[in-house]
Design a protein around this ligand. Sequence first.
Ligand code: CAA
Length: 440
Amino acid sequence: MTAVGIDAMEIWTGKLKLDLAETFAPAQGDDPGKYTKGLGLRASSFPDVYEDIVTMGANAAHRLMERKGLTPDDIGRIDVATESAFDNSKPVSTYIAGCLEQVYDENFHHANKGERKFACISGTQSLDDAYNWIRAGRNRGRAALVIATDTALYARDDPGEATQGAGAVAMLVDEDPNLVELSTEQGYGSADETDFLKPNQQFPSVDGKRSVNVYLARMREALEDFAEVAGDIHPGDYEMIPFHTPFPGMVRKAAALGYRHIIRGTDVGDLMAEEIGHQPMRSDFETDDEFHAAIKEYTDALTETERYQDWYSNAIEPTLEISREVGNWYTGSVHIARASGLKHARENGLDLDDARLLVASYGSGAQAEVHAETVVPGWEEEIGALDIDEQIRNRYDLSFAEYEQVHDVHNHETETDVEEFTAPENEFAFDGWGRMGERK
Ligand code: CAA
């Protein structure tokens, strides 16, 4: 079977930075440790006044097409995943195609365009759609352009405010990929949940504490479902596990749950049983509360072990490096985690040819999906082409008063007249609703 997967990717961060320890924490009267240690974030990326989901998505896609020497005729579909859409009828992909058509002689009239919605997991669902389209043989030799783009902003003083972020990830899905091959092994956990909603409103209504538990519950189900197709998993089977990362502290919890799950029935599980005791079983307890307290006690002991900490520092920690600097990008977040892990491996001379990744995506509402990928030769060159470090360094560092202004600008209900903080350079820029995505 011909390999199908991600051939190349590009990342575009919002041009502004909100430093959580230096700027946000003092203004909130909070200890910076809550953000840097508790949530695990140093800063958020924020969109300048001329940036939105269209401009960021178009800029990431354009850079990808230029680097890979592609024209519209090479692309048979454009899928956009977002939970920040502003149009309930026309998909964001048409706006992005419109931007790209300004710079190419060809158009995208032949390309299928759509918009995927299921909170943060829709970036991965769009990848799956592209994969299935190619596997079904409907692509006529063309590749798919998958774009995950979001302005993940919360209302002022919402507990989620510290986890904000903005940026886009563009991925080219094709046969014989140069980055990762997607596998058919996939597992789901899904339930109707109402902890995170955006019913025709600019900022989400969130029950933050509950959302953490819903994430963990759906992820556990997805891991169990994955084991149905892939068989028992051993911790050594996967070099890295990129998780959806709303903030690294969430992944700290998800990783402990994942590890507890994957060591069951393995030699590692036996060694852990000798070291800290057997995993609690529901049948040993009278109530759910007692069982959950025992699980927490077991997991706390587990994460204190050297074996767990070694695994975490190799399989999880590298996937969090970009996220710590940019915050939550919703649909792009798990794809940044994958890029972050591969970037770390390249910079540290690790050989990942043919290594397996377990990619753990999540979307509120709620659904988790776990799937396997194989890193393919060529990955180092593709990852080496990313300039995300430079983009992160070049962001304009907002004062708190400037942050308040630019937050108001992105809250479309508020009339504001704020000058841009950076200047667009050879990129698509938002210039009012009538002239969206003009290249400047
Ligand atoms: N030093 C070190 N750590 C500190 C600290 C300090 N001074 N002060 C607090 N902490 C720790 C806390 O102990 C806590 O850690 P644990 O969870 O490990 O106990 C952590 O910092 C956060 O502190 P709080 O729980 O008090 O923070 P909060 O209640 O103000 O906000 C939140 C946390 C509710 C998750 C909030 O960030 C939020 O609402 N976020 C948005 C929703 C979200 O991201 N949910 C995640 C799952 S849903 C999802 O993944 C989809 C998505 O993308 C949104």
